[in-house]
Structure formats: C-alpha cells, structure tokens
Design a protein around this ligand. Structure first.
Ligand SMILES: *[C@@H]1O[C@H](CO)[C@@H](O)[C@H](O)[C@H]1NC(C)=O
Length: 404
C-alpha cells in the first residue's frame, strides 16, 4: 500500500533519525545523575587528594612497599594513583616516595610479579614509567622507558601471534590453541597467566598490553609497538564486547568457552578506553576513536554498575577487602585518559567530567570521614579501611584536572 505523502516524509525522517542514532553516540549527561559538577577551587581539590594520600601512608610497610589491609596488586594501584596525583597537581612532592617503594617491591619479585600473572609483569613496569614520568611532558625518563620496553617484550611472549593462530600452537603453552573463535582470529589475545597449562585470555591483560604498546609507539615511533597494539585491539573488538558495548572478561584460548555474560567489571572497559585513547592518537585511525567513544558512552551509562544517580556501586565492601573494590579506580583512570586526549570533543569531555564529579561529590558528601572514604560510595561514612581509601584515590586525583 503506497504511503500518503506526509507519512512518506515522516517515514524517511524516522529512518534517517534511526541511522543517526546508530552512527552517533548519545553523549548527553543523564538529568538523573546526582551533582555532576563541583565549584571547589583548584587548591582545595589538590589538598583533598593529597590528604587522602596522607591517610593511607600509615599503612605502608616500608620493607615490602605494600600496605596493610590490601594485596600486592592493589598496592601497585595505590602507587599509580599517587604518581598520577603529582602529574595532576603539577608537583614532584611524592616522587621519591613512589620510586623508592616501587624499587623496594620490585627487588623482591622477579619480573615484579608476585602472583604468576602476565598482568602483574605489565602493570608493575607501567606504573614505574608513570611514576617517574616528568611532569606534564610526554618524554619518559631513560630508565623507565628501557624498563617499559623490556616489559613489553616479556609480555609479548604471552601473546597469540598470527603465526601461532595459524599453527594452533603458542610457544609458552603446552596445549593446542584455538586459531579462531566464532570465525574471528585469536591473534592478539594475551594469556593471563604464564603457567604453561593456563588457558585463559582476558581483557585486562590484553588491555594493558594495548595501552603500553601504544604508549611505547607514541614515544619511540617504532611501528612494531603500533602493530602489537592494533592486533590486540582487534582481538578485544572481535571477541570481548557485548551487545551493549561493555567489555567482557575472558575467553578460553583452547576451546573458546567464555566467561559468564554477567562477569562485567568496570576495569575491563576502563583499561580498553585508556588503551584506545592512546592508540587513536598514535594511529589517527578513526575506528579506534569511534570505538573508544562508543565504549565510554556505554560504560558510564551502564545499569550494571550504577543506578540512575550515576554513582558507581561496584566493589562496595565496607567490612572486608576483595580485588573488585579497586576496579572502579582503574575505570576512572581510563576515563581520565580519554578526557585528556580529546580536547576538541566537547560533548565527550562534559560527559566524562560530569561522571567523575558525580563520584567525587558522592565520596565527599556521602562516604567521607574527614579525609578517609568508604568503598561504598553511597555511604554511609565509616572508619578507615585501606581498600576504601585505595578505591577513592583515582577519583580525588582526576577531579583536580578534569575540572577547570
Ligand atoms: C601441561 O602442563 C601441566 C602443568 O605442568 C601438566 O599437568 C599437563 O599434564 C601438561 N599437559 C600436556 C598435554 O603436556
């Protein structure tokens, strides 16, 4: 039946609207978000962040570089947040503290790795780079750059190369690997553990490999790093993004079985956003910027880890520590990278600033006891816990620079 003229025009209008929706992300700030801005001046924001750092330091064990109440990997995240604080505040006030304690920790563990995970091998060195990165410049100092390159090389032995995918063998593994899963090549996936029989490939390790390879590509201009970052970004794009745009956790490199669909953690999306932000600026390939923006829009509005007020609920654990408590700080760290690398995308920046400020105001209004914070960002306030304090640091630091 032919459509009447008016209906026809309306039909075309609706169709074009649909296409617009498919191609452009909705970067609007939900009106239901609680307090998406702050009027606190810069000097106050710097003090709030430094005071929070000072409140975790009494837990430091100087013999190990770790903190009472949290694990080794979580301690690494404390050092990263402190290094980033100096970067945001434009100071080197905490630099000696960070470098000395990382050196202490790294001397105790081969490859900086206490747990036998590829993730640790990488995280450790990346934090070291960050820690001694000269303030507000893109030049890493010589020693951490060398360490970063060594680390990338070490972790590269846990990656599935194109040749490995073709031969269905990976030199570090004693089982046959899946060359492809669901008709997409497994090349670019990074095994989570270095043990010969561990089959799991996960997004956090692959995301770290993308971020560090892309950073090294940016600094050295060596295309081997760009190629590595692109191959691994293609792996996550092909295998580990759900229909809502959220990054999934892991895939078995032998039989293609997947982590449960409800294993959705903020840090997987956060680390991918961070890596893609760097990769987009290195390659100037718009697909990576588009995928980064797509992932940001999905993640900051996902009902998986926040209600309509926008406050993150993941890892709320007032009475005991667990690894998930600190995932959200890694997520915020990735969002700040996207903010800092996209000065001309005003809508994206407003969305990211609003989201960080929602978390900032929740911590300060609902979860604070003086300069200590509950891991439950909705509150109530409670007495100090090392893990709650760890989880707060990236928000308090990012709020220094994400606001003007
Ligand atoms: C692979 O290594 C594990 C751990 O060493 C061992 O238990 C297993 O039997 C090995 N599998 C094969 C096929 O060699």
């Amino acid at each position: 039946m032919p459509l009447p003229t008016g209906g026809h025009i309306l039909f075309i209008y609706v169709l074009s609207l649909l296409f617009a929706l498919v191609s452009a992300q909705d970067l609007s700030v939900p009106t239901s978000w609680r307090k998406p801005s702050t009027s606190r001046p810069l000097s106050e924001r710097i003090s709030i962040s430094q005071d929070a750092i000072n409140s975790i330091l009494p837990q430091l064990d100087s013999a190990t570089g770790e903190f009472n109440g949290i694990g080794y990997w979580q301690a690494g995240n404390v050092w990263t947040a402190i290094a980033n604080h100096d970067h945001f505040a434009g100071t080197d006030k905490n630099k000696a503290l960070v470098v000395n304690n990382l050196n202490t920790a790294f001397k105790l563990h081969a490859h900086y790795d206490k747990y036998g995970t590829t993730t640790m091998r990488f995280g450790g060195r990346k934090q070291h780079c960050r820690a001694t990165e000269p303030i507000r410049t893109k030049i890493f100092c010589r020693m951490p750059l060398t360490l970063g390159m060594k680390s990338q090389t070490t972790v590269s032995s846990s990656v599935i190369t194109k040749a490995d995918a073709n031969s269905k063998k990976q030199p570090k593994k004693n089982f046959s690997i899946a060359g492809s899963c669901n008709e997409a090549t497994m090349a670019g996936g990074v095994f989570w553990r270095t043990t010969t029989d561990d089959q799991s490939i996960n997004s956090i390790t692959t995301g770290l490999y993308i971020a560090t390879s892309a950073l090294l590509a940016e600094i050295t201009g060596d295309s081997k790093y760009t190629k590595a970052a692109v191959l691994s970004a293609q792996w996550i794009k092909a295998h580990n993004i759900n229909a809502n745009g959220i990054i999934l956790d892991s895939v078995n490199g032998h039989d293609c079985t997947r982590s449960p669909s409800n294993w959705l953690f903020t840090y997987n999306s956060g680390k991918f956003i961070e890596g893609l932000s760097v990769l987009a600026s290195v390659t100037k390939d718009s697909q990576w910027n588009n995928l980064m923006v797509h992932t940001v829009a999905a993640a900051v509005k996902s009902s998986t880890w926040q209600g309509s007020d926008g406050i993150i609920t993941e890892g709320s654990s007032p009475t005991s520590n667990n690894d998930g408590v600190g995932f959200k700080s890694i997520f915020i760290r990735g969002l700040y990278e996207a903010f800092s690398r996209n000065p001309r995308n005003a809508n994206l920046r407003v969305l990211l600033r609003s989201y960080v400020d929602v978390q900032y105001n929740a911590l300060l209004d609902l979860a604070a006891t003086k300069s200590t914070y509950s891991s439950s960002w909705h509150g109530p306030p409670q007495s100090f816990t090392t893990w709650g304090q760890l989880a707060s640091l990236d928000v308090l630091g990012s709020a220094i620079r994400i606001n003007s």
